[in-house]
Ligand binder design. Structure first.
Ligand code: KIV
Ligand code: NA
Length: 265
């Protein structure tokens, strides 16, 4: 079996087929999703919050993204692996973006990169695409800008909606193969999806986008505390893992683990 490519992604839109994307930050989790048939995996800089213990994605470094992306590539054989360019690794301009993306493609083995921003990231996307690096764009709520925009719904109101449409057109014109729409009204996401020939990947963007992405620790119930309204929880791993840890602790303290069957002589 060969890996999914951006060509397959383009064909899916032509055929009107929807597809799922999940984040992954390590080889073992990625191998589970790969075996489950998830066609596209995102090594998101949400690793900052969900894997590395930071409060936002802002502190995540290119070295960290390279290490995590390489692990996800090693754990998979079929999925297209998209690696996030972290904050500070592409904002200086197209040349910096190319240097950073090259590490994720060449050192980590990712099949594509993702970066945030619409019109403001046009030149970066264009140079990467010219260099042969597939780019997934990301507009609407862009968490790397949390210090400027907070975590609020984007594209509400006529002006903001028009800007989101311009951003979507800009990343398509620049050559992006897909675009993430994060936390935008469902009606607007539907309009963007209809007006683009590249697929839209929604998160908190309603049901009409071409694809859907969720952060894996959210959808599997591992993230502590409250998760956003747009998350559907498909399992409660936090409870499963917590109970297992407690059972192990009780066995050790009570002397019921290990048993004869776990011992060698
Ligand atoms: O880092 C991430 O997980 C993302 C998705 C939310 C799209 O960018
Ligand atoms: Na991200």
């Amino acid at each position: 079996t060969r890996r999914i490519t951006v060509r397959d992604i383009a064909l899916a839109k032509e055929r009107g087929e929807k597809w799922p994307m999940l984040t992954a930050y390590d080889a073992m989790t990625a191998s589970v999703f790969d075996e489950a048939g998830i066609p596209v995996m995102l090594v998101g800089d949400s690793a900052g919050n969900c894997h590395l213990g930071y409060e936002s994605t802002v502190p995540v470094t290119l070295d960290q993204m390279t290490m995590l992306s390489a692990a996800v590539v090693r754990g998979t054989s079929r999925a297209l692996i998209v690696a996030d360019l972290p904050f500070g690794s592409y904002q200086e301009g197209p040349v910096q973006a190319l240097r950073s993306a090259t590490r994720l493609i060449k050192d980590a083995g990712a099949g594509a990169v993702k970066l945030e921003g619409g019109e403001r990231s046009y030149e970066q996307i264009r140079l990467l695409v010219e260099a042969g690096i597939p780019v997934m764009a990301h507009i609407g709520l862009t968490p790397q800008s949390v210090n400027a925009m907070g975590y609020r719904v984007q594209g509400r109101g006529e002006e903001a909606a028009a800007q989101l449409l311009r951003d979507a057109k800009a990343v398509q014109d620049a050559g992006a193969f897909a675009v993430v729409l994060e936390l935008v009204p469902a009606e607007l996401a539907a309009e963007v999806t209809r007006s683009l020939h590249i697929p839209t990947v929604g998160i908190g963007a309603g049901a009409e986008t071409d694809a859907q992405v969720l952060v894996w620790t959210d959808m599997l119930g591992l993230t502590p505390g409250r998760v956003p309204k747009f998350v559907k929880k498909y399992a409660d791993l936090r409870e499963v893992m917590g109970n297992a840890a407690k059972a192990f602790a009780e066995d050790v303290v009570g002397g019921t683990f290990p048993l004869e069957e776990h011992s060698v002589h």
